[in-house]
Every structure is written in C-alpha cells, then in structure tokens.
Design a protein around this ligand. Sequence first.
Ligand code: IPM
Ligand code: MG
Length: 366
Amino acid sequence: MKSTIAVLEGDGIGPEVIQQALKSLRAIEECFGHQFQLNHGLIGAAAIDATGDPFPEETKNLCLKADTILFGAIGDPKYDKDPSAKVRPEQGLLAMRKQLGLFANVRPVKSYKKLLHISPLKEDRVKGVDFVVFRELTGGIYFGEPRGRSEDGSKAFDTCQYSIEEIVRIAKLAFEAAGSRNKKVTLVDKANVLATSRLWRETVNQLAQNFPDITLDHMFVDNAAMQLIQNPGQFDVILTENMFGDIITDEASVITGSLGMLPSASLGAELSLFEPIHGSYPEVTGMNKANPMAAILSMAMMLEYSLSMTEEAACIEEAVERCISEGILTEDLSPDSGYGTSEVGDSVARFIQTTAHANTKKSLKH
Ligand code: IPM
Ligand code: MG
C-alpha cells in the first residue's frame, strides 16, 4: 500500500524521538511491502524561528494533502519564561487541532508487567491497568469566546462553551471503543457546578440508549482525580471535555511510571494526527536520553487508525514489548541500562524485522 505521511518533528526532543519512529516505519515498509512517502513540515518554535508563524500555511497544506500526520512535540523554554510573548509555540498546536478538525484526543494508558516497579503507585494498584481516555480537543474553555482582559487590565476572562453536536461526535467514538473493550464508559464532568457539564451529562445519557451493551458511569472530575490514583484498574473508557481531559491525562500518564511510554491519537473526521504524550523535554534535548517508545507506539497507532494496518501495528507493539523484556530501555525506565534513544530505536526496528520474518515463515508452513 502507498501512503503519504506528514511528519512534523517540532521542538525539543521531538526530532530525535520521531527519527526513531521512522526507523521502525522503514522496517515495516520493508517487511510488509508498503511505500510511505514522508513529507516534512515545520511547527512550533522551529516554525516561529523560520517563518514567524507557529503553524504556517505551508505546513497546514502539507497536512491536508497527507493521509495521516506523525507529530513530535512542541514548546521552547524561551517562551515559557516570557508570559508577554505575542506568539507562542503552543498556539501552533491549538491552531492545528482546530483548523484540521482533530476533535477526539485518544490517550491509552496501559501497564507493562516488567515495568510495574517504576510506577510511583503500589504494584498491586497498577497491575492490569488498561484504560483509554477520550478527551474532546477542539472545544470548551480552550477555544470559547469571548476571552481576554478588561479594558483597564484588572480582570481576565475565558468562556467554556459546548454544543450538543460537539459532545455527540466524540461520545460516539468513546462508546464504539468501549464496545471492543470492556464495555464501560465513565463520563468525567463537573455537573454539580457547570452548565456545560450538565449538557454533557444529558447528551451522553441520551446517546447511551443507542449502546445498550455498554455501562455508563458518571464521575465528578475531582473524584476522578482521586480514583485514578486509588483504583485505576476500575476504568475502561473515560470520556471527558477538553480541560478536564488535559489535566487527568497528565495524572493518568504517571500511573504506569513513565510519560515516555504513552502514545496518543488526535482523530478528526477526515484526517488524524499521532503524537507521544510527553512534551518537548528541553532538559535532555540532543543528549540521546529521551525515551522513543511513545513516539514509536504513536506511529503504531497511526498505522492502525489511519491506514488500517492492524498486523503491522501489532508487530511494532510486540517489538516494543521485546525491548522491555530484554531490558533495552532508556534511563527513565532503567537508570543503569546504558542504552540511549537511538539504541532503543535501532532495537525496536530490528525486532520488527525478526518478528515479521518469523511470522512469514509460520504462514508459509501452514
Ligand atoms: C496537551 C498539552 C497542550 C494542551 C498544550 C501544550 C497546549 O498540554 O496536549 O495535553 O493543553 O492541550
Ligand atoms: Mg496536557
């Protein structure tokens, strides 16, 4: 199969982790007989430096022409230290989400048996954790109008707004996902306080009637923040709005021990984007220390969701698990292992090749 992929490496460790994901992509290309055309574009601080715009028109067009998008990270400390900066790298990410209609952010959280000990939680709480958060990504307080400052500058305001249509389109995806998992959706909201949350509850309750085999639970966001730590094993699919999703996915990401393991998808009606959950991590940029697994697993999600390459995605996941069981890990997972970003990237690509060849031999025998 021939496909075009927009590759946006972005800032900080973005380029180095995406390079590792591309090694695995090349291995898939070779073993499964595909052809991937990679088109590189600028985003974030790198794009501001080159063009003054964190999401330049050229990058947008490159994305619109592609079948799918692989994205690294965004952010640069020089902007974080300056709250008055007029253009910020993050604006590029928000503009991209909005303009490309990437309304559903999917963040799976899965524990790996061999990595239970690195979680800050007790092992018995983390064992078997396997849930996915569906976070609405193009609405709510992130984009609501009006927003800004009063004329004299002494007050600031943001608007949280949702329409039934925005809620239904992501809720449907969450229910469908639950259908092929453990058949439970937990809607996280603040319906005891917020009008938007009450609209979410009403709308999702109604939609649930179309999915009789799925159990729908409700949880206030403050309680959910607590339950995620106390008993993360109870969750299957969590459905929530933009801001709550931002906060609880950062919380959820530490359950399994390292941000460096978690991939994500941002799905739209026509186009989708895949990126590791971790940020640009400037502290280790260029030091061959960043964990490339999240970028590699995001690439696997890309193959599965955007290009329907289920077998290929499974092959990548298997290769990642093999790296884990052989202890080929970056320092966030194993401080004394001595392996760096590019060694882990090479190993995953090599294991993809051995797994794919072994599978071909097996199928030839049958
Ligand atoms: C995320 C990030 C972004 C967000 C920032 C960088 C704008 O935290 O993807 O979770 O808040 O959505
Ligand atoms: Mg966030």
